[in-house]
Design a binder for this molecule. Structure first.
Ligand SMILES: *[C@@H]1O[C@H](CO)[C@@H](O)[C@H](O)[C@H]1NC(C)=O
Ligand SMILES: *[C@@H]1O[C@H](CO)[C@@H](O)[C@H](O)[C@H]1NC(C)=O
Ligand SMILES: *[C@@H]1O[C@H](CO)[C@@H](O)[C@H](O)[C@H]1NC(C)=O
Ligand SMILES: *[C@@H]1O[C@H](CO)[C@@H](O)[C@H](O)[C@H]1NC(C)=O
Ligand SMILES: *[C@@H]1O[C@H](CO)[C@@H](O)[C@H](O)[C@H]1NC(C)=O
Ligand SMILES: *[C@@H]1O[C@H](CO)[C@@H](O)[C@H](O)[C@H]1NC(C)=O
Ligand SMILES: *[C@@H]1O[C@H](CO)[C@@H](O)[C@H](O)[C@H]1NC(C)=O
Length: 432
């Protein structure tokens, strides 16, 4: 899809901030004890956290950006909502219908100062769409930006957090995606944040101001920090929102998916209830990803417990793709009510080569232990020792394929499976 100049420029800014973060000294623990030494805006920034009435589990839904970019109007959101019901996605757990950038008029309302939905695209207003989405038992998300303009140049919320939070809540919005474009120069980050704590960086404070404004509305709302992995967000994201983007925008290519996997695999200890690394919206149905790559995209987003926001025109998905995104076992792992942690990398055998991203992951769910194997290269047999899976030990184990539900048999010591190029094996393991 075409990238606007605004967006491209913001990417460059984002990359600069990332490299500044990489050169900073090791961050201290996120304790508030040091706040007494803070000066300037960090000393007065709000510290209230996100609502814990929502956002315990990673979000499941749909967003307009990957499939439609700026070419949106209310029809596509109502169509996606109806497809959630018709295709059984709502029954599978998908609930959010999220509006991305370009819903706004060019200017705020001259008398109220409010952001205005562009009437030619949204004749019913955002409240009108919210009513229809809610009537289907679903939830509505909206988009703004912690800068002077959104990525595509529309009015944004920096400095107007209170008014915009009130407006979104009054419209009935349930979810806010908050982007990171067009940051005024006095809001950029120093190489080292105050007290060496990135929670006190200017970036974090831009987001903390919106957290406080949302809190003051008195209504719980899911708050998604679209901060592109800058300012070490995984260290403080859960104190400010429910999920946070870990990288720049995804594209519908294996190289993009595999680089997001490699980046996110390093920060899986930040993931638990109310605390989700966001690997970006789904590209299933877009571009020329192979079927195996689409399976890996879904499985890895599920076992790393990223939000899963479908990003394509749902009318165009075929039955194989629908089966992937409705896979009950992977969705159960993703939405587990008892275990909040994701699967994490382990060393499969004493001699397993190391790859980027890692190929072998293990994690517990309320059903048992799971192993996921991503083939980052060409078709091959992949082997792991049961004793290397943290928490399994030695013995005989029964292995079930989560994609098909099929029992693969009982095995001692080790397990081998052929995995296609860029495909992912998903296994449930019980002691035999
Ligand atoms: C606002 O913050 C207070 C203090 O943490 C909390 O008790 C309250 O539930 C929050 N309200 C919302 C709507 O998030
Ligand atoms: C939205 O765009 C589609 C496709 O261009 C069009 O068919 C539909 O009527 C439009 N809806 C509104 C509300 O403008
Ligand atoms: C905040 O609102 C004021 C008054 O409507 C407006 O002048 C300003 O541009 C707004 N800021 C942003 C970032 O949209
Ligand atoms: C940047 O300038 C604006 C307008 O003067 C001010 O409100 C804001 O606090 C400043 N930001 C920082 C981080 O000092
Ligand atoms: C669906 O599309 C994928 C490619 O994205 C293809 O591999 C698969 O065979 C298709 N399934 C059906 C039922 O056409
Ligand atoms: C895997 O083994 C390497 C050394 O061979 C070690 O550095 C690494 O920490 C191990 N990884 C895990 C997840 O245990
Ligand atoms: C991918 O597999 C090929 C063929 O087995 C092998 O030659 C190559 O070294 C592998 N690449 C990596 C990065 O492991």
């Amino acid at each position: 899809m075409a990238m606007s100049l605004h967006r491209l420029f913001s990417y460059v800014l984002g990359a600069l901030v990332v490299s500044a973060a990489a050169h900073a000294s090791a961050p201290s623990a996120t304790s508030t004890a040091a706040t007494s030494t803070l000066t300037g805006i960090a000393a007065t920034a709000p510290t209230v956290g996100p609502s814990h009435q929502v956002g315990r589990l990673p979000a499941l839904g749909w967003n307009s950006w990957n499939g439609h970019a700026c070419n949106i109007n209310e029809t596509i959101f109502l169509d996606a909502a109806n497809q959630f019901i018709f295709l059984g996605l709502a029954d599978a757990g998908y609930e959010y219908i999220n509006i991305d950038d370009c819903w706004q008029s060019e200017t705020r309302d001259a008398s109220t100062g409010r952001i205005v939905p562009e009437p030619s695209k949204f004749p019913s207003g955002i409240n009108g769409i919210a009513d229809q989405v809610h009537a289907l038992g679903l939830k509505l998300g909206i988009y703004s930006d912690a800068g002077a303009k959104t990525c595509d140049g529309f009015p944004a919320s920096l400095g107007n957090e209170t008014l915009d939070a009130e407006t979104f809540i009054e419209w009935g919005v349930d979810y806010l995606k908050y982007d990171n474009c067009n940051i005024p120069s006095n809001w950029t980050d120093a190489a080292t944040p105050p007290d060496d704590d990135w929670y006190n960086s200017n970036s974090a404070i831009r987001y903390r101001q919106m957290t406080a404004a949302l809190n003051q509305t008195g209504k719980p709302i899911h708050f998604s920090l679209c901060i592109w992995g800058t300012a070490n967000v995984w260290e403080w994201g859960a104190r400010v929102g429910h999920s946070w983007r870990m990288t720049n925008d995804i594209s519908a290519s294996w190289s993009s998916i595999s680089s997001i996997l490699a980046a996110n695999a390093q920060h899986l200890d930040s993931v638990d209830f109310f605390s989700h690394n966001d690997m970006d919206m789904m590209e299933i149905g877009n571009g020329d990803l192979t079927l195996q790559e689409q399976r890996t995209h879904f499985a890895a987003w599920a076992f790393m417990k990223s939000p899963i926001l479908l990003g394509t025109d749902l009318n165009n998905l075929n039955s194989t793709q629908l089966d992937i995104i409705k896979n009950a076992e992977l969705l159960a792992f993703h939405q587990d009510p008892i275990v909040g942690t994701p699967a994490t990398p382990f060393n499969a055998t004493a001699s397993a080569p190391s790859t980027s991203p890692p190929e072998f992951y293990a994690g517990r769910s309320s059903k048992g232990m799971h192993v996921f194997i991503i083939n980052t290269n060409t078709t091959a047999t992949k082997t792991f020792d049961f004793a290397n899976v943290p928490g399994l030990g030695f013995g005989r184990f029964r292995v079930q394929d989560m994609w098909t539900g099929k029992d693969l048999g009982t095995f001692a010591n080790e397990f081998s499976i052929t995995v296609d190029t860029h495909d992912t094996a998903a296994l449930l393991i019980h002691r035999a």
